[in-house]
Write a protein that binds this ligand. Structure first.
Ligand code: GUN
Ligand code: ZN
Length: 441
């Protein structure tokens, strides 16, 4: 089978703009990949590559921008119906709107339907890889994995664990959590594009017994990830301090069970102490920065400069349903606006930083930096095709754009799901609303 030559305006950020890397843009770009296993074979000028690969099939997206598939480092599968629940801060938002919705996942048919919708919306927004907070019911988590496998997306997820302070039907014992998580790990971890993430909801809803069980599982299964919440709202942090009077801070409630590792992704981390940052940096534990959620729930503004100084890694998370939608374009814009609002305490982000955070940084945070996140030769051809509707504000702005960087800034500001024309994972199209058929080139 001949390789495929994708022709498009190609943009990617293989080197971190936070460490001197720059946006790489190919106006008449070409990406050659192997159709059988999705491996990228070459990247460069399309006409040159056409001469190098004379037998290649052509995938013609010359009228579109093509970016690496987005990586969402924090998103909740059972929360789509509550996006937009206004007027509530975290703990009230959980009690009044979120947990009642999550209780509905006791119904497996409801859960399967929700899983399909969730995965379709992720892909429809250009996300090809995600770390997904699961349901509290093992059957609902089982059907989520089944649907994730069918979707073709790269999904890491796990059963949501808690044994206090939620609602009785969402809570379970540490021993049972251990058993259920282990069964799901054996069934799903490493199967195709799926992986498992141990998922204690947060210390507020997990006793030491649950956190201890998670630590034991994390040590017993070396490739498995761990995900939870950390330092999101001030009321949450106060409650955790009351529940763990002997812990010096919130992070310590996880540290004492060995949960702070390079395989552990902590969502939010808005109100963080210098000591916690230093320990996160030392442990190489990544953060899921969820800017739209931080603003919507009123949690606070992310201290990006302090994270960078402490060498704490971070990617972007949509945090649906605390976040305001699935679009990592929008999360990039919200990250930018957050840093602008922080003025001299903010980090001056540009379009290349936003692309890096939405792609390569997220891949690194999830331990997939060698496989996806940019268009380097040898990686997988995961990409999103962006073509705005003809009469849209974005189409108008792009027509007048002076540079690739300016175009990228316009994409993050204005592109949403209506501009995502197609999404490919491993060189294969997932959702093809406007997919152009391959023609022999
Ligand atoms: N902390 C514990 N659970 C949640 C949740 O579902 N969303 C957010 N944003 N924070 C949490
Ligand atoms: Zn969350």
């Amino acid at each position: 089978m001949p390789p495929t030559l994708l022709r498009a305006h190609l943009l990617h950020t293989p080197d971190s703009p936070f460490a001197g890397g720059a946006l790489q843009a190919f106006d008449r770009g070409g990406l050659v990949f192997d159709d059988r296993d999705g491996t990228i074979l070459a990247l460069g000028d399309a006409d040159t590559l056409a001469a190098d690969y004379p037998g290649a099939d052509t995938l013609d997206y010359r009228d579109a921008f093509v970016l690496p598939g987005f990586v969402d480092t924090h998103v909740h599968y059972p929360q789509v119906p509550i996006v937009g629940a206004m007027g509530l801060e975290l703990l009230d938002w959980l009690r009044e709107r979120t947990l009642p919705e999550e209780a509905r996942y006791a119904d497996v048919a409801y859960a399967r339907d929700a899983a399909r919708t969730f995965l379709r919306l992720l892909a429809g927004n250009g996300t090809t890889t995600a770390l997904v907070f699961g349901a509290h019911f093992a059957d609902a988590q089982q059907v989520f994995f089944e649907e994730a496998e069918a979707s073709g997306l790269r999904i890491t997820s796990g059963l949501n664990l808690a044994d206090r302070n939620l609602r009785p039907e969402l809570e379970d014992t540490p021993d049972h959590h251990y058993q259920l998580s282990e069964t799901l790990i054996r069934r799903w971890h490493g199967r195709g594009r799926l992986r498992y993430a141990l998922t204690p909801r947060f210390s507020l809803s997990c006793s030491d017994g649950v956190l201890e069980a998670v630590g034991a599982l994390l040590r017993a299964h070396p490739g498995v990830l761990m995900q939870t919440h950390l330092n999101e709202s001030l009321a949450e942090i106060r409650t955790v301090a009351e529940l763990f009077p002997e812990a010096i801070d919130y992070l310590a409630t996880y540290e004492r069970h060995g949960l702070v590792t390079p395989r552990s992704v902590f969502a939010h981390n808005v109100h963080v102490t210098d000591s916690e940052l230093a320990r996160l940096g030392e442990a190489r534990a990544p953060i899921a920065h969820c800017p739209s959620s931080n603003m919507f729930i009123g949690s606070g503004l992310f201290a990006m400069k302090r994270h960078l100084s402490a060498r704490v890694r971070f990617g972007l998370g949509s945090d649906v349903g605390g976040g305001t939608g699935f679009s990592l374009f929008k999360e990039g814009l919200m990250a930018y606006q957050t840093q602008m609002l922080l003025r001299e305490d903010g980090y001056p982000l540009g379009p290349a930083h936003l692309l890096y955070l939405a792609t390569r940084a997220g891949a690194d945070a999830l331990g997939l930096g060698d496989e996806v996140g940019d268009f380097r030769v040898g990686k997988q051809a995961d990409f999103v095709v962006v073509r705005p509707p003809a009469q849209s504000t974005l189409a108008t702005t792009l027509r007048h754009s002076p540079s690739a960087e300016a175009s990228l800034g316009a994409l993050f500001t204005l592109a949403r799901e209506e501009s995502v024309a197609a999404v490919y994972v491993g060189g294969r199209p997932l959702s093809g609303r406007e997919r152009q058929d391959k023609s022999i080139g």
